[in-house]
Design a protein around this ligand. Structure first.
Ligand code: 5GP
Length: 301
């Protein structure tokens, strides 16, 4: 939404298409009501993608990450721009601003605006959106991916009017009661400690999601709790989503979460924060996960 608001100011006609729905905690962002959910408006999105002049691909660099939308982006005659900080970008873009030494895509978007000589155009709306992206991707400036450049950009955004307390409240103090109870349930009844591997695991079934009325975005952050336990170096969340079993991996220290995700669960991401998916039943995914751990034991203890 930060890029959207910037492009609007430049007199262009940006349209944001999201590959899926997203959490309510993002719905305060200026311009958000114009966002098109690809899954809800597939035909309309397909037409927009086919007729676009330029397509910005933000925060991913492999077209399969945006599911079915990826094929449409590949087929579109529009020039593509990747702005991203994940490893190993695919080679489908005419232009790319790619740097793995940046906290977040939002940090890079500010860098791009600045490179264009447009830092003065960054108003409070744009600053709030970009600050939110940096804050969430660094888990409030605590991940190792918090670089000097990150604080530098955050400082510029604050100077331009970003409101850190309000952004924090919108994003983190915005739980439904169901979501809060769901977290309690997961921590109390679902978390397994695999002591032998210094690993914490939570598997959530589709029934459990339904029981607590869990909507997109509500499981965000749940995987981090495992790492808060002393000596736990690897925390994993497996969620039974309708189309696939989605997995989130978070690690500390020398455990390569992205390599593990890529090797066993068609995934990827960052060294200490990665994800993957499987089309097996959740019980099978759980078993496969536990078997896979054995190969990595030496990096976990
Ligand atoms: P999360 O667990 O928050 O969904 O994702 C953590 C990190 O892993 C993010 O940087 C995200 O882009 C990446 N990631 C999540 N799922 C996948 C996946 O299936 N494939 C790849 N390549 N990266 C993923």
């Amino acid at each position: 939404m930060g890029l959207y608001n910037y492009l609007l100011l430049k007199g262009l006609q940006p349209i944001v298409v999201s590959p899926t729905d997203y959490g309510d905690f993002l719905k305060w962002m200026p311009g958000e009501p114009t966002v098109i959910d690809f899954e809800a408006e597939t035909d309309h999105s397909a037409s927009l993608i086919a007729h676009a002049d330029l397509i910005f691909c933000l925060d991913f660099n492999a077209l399969k990450r945006i599911n079915q939308m990826g094929e449409l982006v590949a087929a579109s005659k529009a020039k593509k721009v990747i702005i991203d900080h994940h490893l190993e970008p695919e080679n489908f873009a005419a232009y790319q601003l790619h740097n793995t030494q940046r906290s977040s895509t939002c940090e890079l978007i500010y860098e791009m605006i600045d490179l264009f000589g447009d830092a003065d155009l960054v108003n409070e709306d744009i600053a709030n959106c970009l600050y939110a992206g940096i804050m969430t991707d660094t888990a409030s400036f605590k991940h190792g991916s918090t670089y000097p450049s990150t604080h530098h950009v955050a400082a510029q955004l604050l100077a331009k009017g970003a409101k850190p307390n309000l952004i924090y409240e919108h994003i983190y103090d915005n739980y439904s009661f169901d979501r809060m109870r769901f977290i309690g349930f997961c921590l109390n009844e679902k978390m397994q400690l695999l002591r032998e591997f210094n690993t914490a695991l939570i598997c959530v079934t589709a029934d459990e999601l339904k029981r607590y009325n869990i909507i997109t975005g509500d499981t965000e952050g749940l995987v981090n709790y495992g790492l808060a336990i002393r000596d736990i170096n690897f925390s994993v969340l497996i969620v039974d989503r309708t189309v696939a079993r989605k997995m989130s991996f978070r690690s500390k220290g020398k455990f390569p979460a992205n390599e593990f995700a890529k090797t066993y669960f068609s995934g990827g991401g960052h060294f200490n924060a990665a994800g993957g998916e499987s089309h097996d039943a959740i019980e099978i995914v759980e078993t496969k996960f536990k078997e896979a751990l054995a190969a990595y034991k030496h990096l976990l203890i």
